[in-house]
Design a protein around this ligand. Structure first.
Ligand code: SF4
Length: 359
């Protein structure tokens, strides 16, 4: 595809003609020389639907590790020897304290996550208590729950307790699913997304890139998410934890990650495309460029890994000319203030010193 073609594709999408699978493949396979053209075209869609806002989400891991499922990519899974935090359910006051920290940091959505195949009815009781406590103190907050596969009636109970959205990622293409997990099926995952929609909560479902899938399978997953009408699409980049079957699996580089996000934008132009786990590790210095395509990030840490400092996330948003959704802040002024308040670090190494140079 040529520069003009990416731009024409964006124009056609804005005129109501959805991207095809061939269009998506062309974006994914764009030459690195065309990266800025891809970003410029995808950025037109991003700005059309989301302006310069970035939605900031905050994860609270309610229960970590100890999961009986065998998702090969997951540090919390059965058989993983990854050295992660493992703990049982947080108490309501602990969950409230964690959520409050994220909201104070600028998040507008709190994502309450627990490991496990799916919640028991007692687990639903716990989570509804937590949601009630969070909403009582922070009535403006959006709450998303992510508790695994849902049984009949559980989605309605969460909705009635005030849960706004429910996350359940399809993770990968149906044609690739059984190679990444064997203890549940792709159909199980789709069933839970269906229950979420039927209950009237906002479905949040996304994917993980870098799991050995082909380009065609990445496209297949994105079109499945379009079909499922996922309102928000977290795009994770595999973090290959030591002690999991995917340790030492490095299939991604920063430009590939930007193209994957751009493809998500072209296929699902008006959906929240969230840069999720692996943002710092895989996008590295292209995080800012990626924000011109995606419109949502997690603030601070992930479920079992640390992200960059929350202040660096906010700086990333400001420095690229975006604003936190729901914030009235004048980011240009805020960025200038931040820079002015910093005294440059004085060189104390290299020439003129006896300390090794920074090279
Ligand atoms: S992804 Fe969820 S269900 Fe799968 S192993 Fe991890 S915590 Fe368990």
């Amino acid at each position: 595809m040529t520069t003009t073609s990416f731009d024409q594709l964006a124009s056609a999408i804005l005129d109501g003609k959805p991207a095809t699978e061939d269009d998506a493949l062309a974006v994914l396979r764009a030459h690195d020389d065309e990266l800025l053209d891809v970003v410029a075209a995808a950025g037109r869609l991003r700005r059309h639907f989301f302006g310069k806002t970035v939605k900031v989400n905050y994860l609270v891991n309610l229960k970590s590790g100890l999961c009986p499922e065998n998702c090969n990519y997951c540090s919390q899974s059965l058989g993983s020897t990854a050295d992660i935090l493992k703990y049982k359910w947080l108490q309501t006051d602990e969950a409230l304290e964690q959520a409050a920290a994220g909201l104070k940091g600028g998040a507008t959505r709190v994502c309450m996550v627990s490991s496990g195949r799916g919640p028991t009815n007692k687990d639903i009781d716990r989570v509804t208590d937590m949601v009630g406590a969070i909403k009582a103190e922070h009535p403006q907050v959006e709450v998303c729950a992510c508790l695994g596969l849902l049984k009949d009636g559980q989605a309605e109970r969460l909705r009635d307790a005030g849960v706004d959205a429910y996350n359940h990622n399809i993770n990968t293409a149906e044609s690739h699913h059984d190679t990444i997990v064997q203890t549940h099926t792709y159909a199980d995952r789709v069933d839970t997304v269906g229950k979420v929609k039927s209950a009237g909560m906002s479905p949040c479902s996304g994917l993980i890139a870098g799991l050995g899938e082909s380009d065609e399978q990445l496209v297949e997953a994105l079109f499945a998410l379009r079909e499922l009408e996922s309102d928000s699409i977290p795009v994770n980049f595999l973090m290959p934890f030591d002690g999991t079957p995917y340790e030492n699996t490095w299939e991604l580089d920063p430009t590939r990650c930007v193209k994957i996000l751009a493809m998500a934008r072209f296929v699902c132009p008006d959906r929240e495309v969230r840069i999720a786990g692996g943002r710092e590790m895989h996008l590295r210095s292209l995080q800012g460029l990626a924000l011109h395509v995606a419109n949502s990030i997690f603030l601070g840490d992930y479920l079992t890994s640390e992200g960059q400092a929350a202040e660096a996330d906010l700086e990333l948003i400001r420095d690229n000319g975006f604003v936190v959704l729901g914030s009235e802040e004048d980011t240009t002024a805020a960025a200038a203030t931040t820079v002015e308040s910093r005294d440059p670090a004085k060189r104390r190494r290299g020439a003129g010193t006896t300390v090794a140079p920074n090279a």
